[in-house]
Design a protein around this ligand. Structure first.
Ligand SMILES: C[S@@+](CC[C@H](N)C(=O)[O-])C[C@H]1O[C@@H](n2cnc3c(N)ncnc32)[C@H](O)[C@@H]1O
Length: 277
């Protein structure tokens, strides 16, 4: 039984990093491709109200989107992300935080094909409701890692967001295995794989396992925000960008630097990393 609810975390620092990268990845692919296939393997419910019992419990968004929403940044990617959120809200003040499905439904056009996977039944029902107006999307109440077994049109440029909750440790192994398959079988696909940094040693081991795959197509974008110590909880998060363009990587470099100084705790001295794995 899965118990994770993204509503507790919506709009936090991890969502900020992930959604900026997602928007920029899509924008940069659209410069060269008329039609994109987008696959969201772990969709969540798609929409989170700031006043809901979930978001107001720990108010994680206060450490994320709230620190950005009323500011202007040098990085166009951060400014554009805030603009996208406000457009979806149809308001200058954010009333709800849109998850990756709603962001992508609003950004994409009718030439794009969208697929969303969500395993949790209640989240899936909410997702279906929240995306009801967006008819160009297919919804699967299924394990998102199964996307590789469904037909993917390899001729069409594909963008995949792999955003597990990591509530089961097996998710780390599934991610490693998925990247191996992507590297072996796909030449026309860009993937954004999000991961939490919970513990420095375990994180190093995870990255080492990715490195051992021997692929030269992976860039690690890691944003530390809290002092690394033995306390329980997320110290930061990262993205493994599979086959991201040089343009996208440079773009993320600029924006991560600004995100770091805007979002980090004062005593966090570990620097962000953007490097080939
Ligand atoms: C981190 S949240 C997704 C957030 C979303 N991608 C966003 O950015 O707004 C992870 C979601 O994956 C769902 N989930 C967990 N295991 C899954 C699996 N094997 N396949 C599909 N969904 C799963 C959880 O119920 C949860 O809603």
């Amino acid at each position: 039984m899965l118990s994770y609810k993204h509503g507790f975390h919506a709009g936090n620092e991890a969502d900020v990093l992930k959604h900026i990268c997602l928007i920029q990845a899509y924008k940069s692919l659209k410069k060269h491709h008329n039609s994109i296939t987008y696959i969201d393997t772990h969709s969540g419910s798609g929409l989170y109200n700031f006043n809901s019992e979930y978001m107001s419990k720990n108010r994680e968004y206060k450490q994320g989107i709230s620190k950005l929403e009323n500011n202007k940044f040098e990085s166009h990617s951060i400014n554009f992300y805030i603009k996208v959120l406000k457009n979806i809200n149809n308001s200058k003040k954010l009333i709800f935080y849109p998850g990756s499905p709603l962001i992508m439904c609003n950004l994409t056009d009718k030439l794009d094909k969208l697929s969303f996977y969500e395993l949790h039944n209640n989240e899936f029902k909410l997702l279906r409701k929240n995306l009801s107006k967006h008819i160009n999307s297919k919804l699967h109440n299924q394990d998102g890692f199964e996307f590789l077994n469904n037909k993917i049109n390899k001729k069409n440029k594909t963008l995949v967001l792999i955003d597990p909750s990591y509530e089961i440790k097996e998710d780390f192994n599934k991610v490693i295995n998925t990247i191996k398959i992507l590297d072996e079988r796909f030449n026309n696909l860009t993937a954004i794989i999000w991961y939490p940094v919970l513990n420095v040693e375990k994180n190093d081991l995870f990255i080492e396992s990715i490195r051992k795959l021997g692929s030269n197509r992976i860039t690690r974008i890691e944003l530390p925000l809290k002092k690394y110590n033995d306390e329980i909880g997320m110290k930061g998060s990262g993205i493994l960008l599979f086959d991201g363009s040089d343009f996208l990587i440079q773009n993320m470099k600029n924006c991560v630097k600004e995100l770091y100084y805007t979002l980090k705790d004062d005593d966090c001295i570990i620097k962000p990393k953007i490097q080939r794995v």
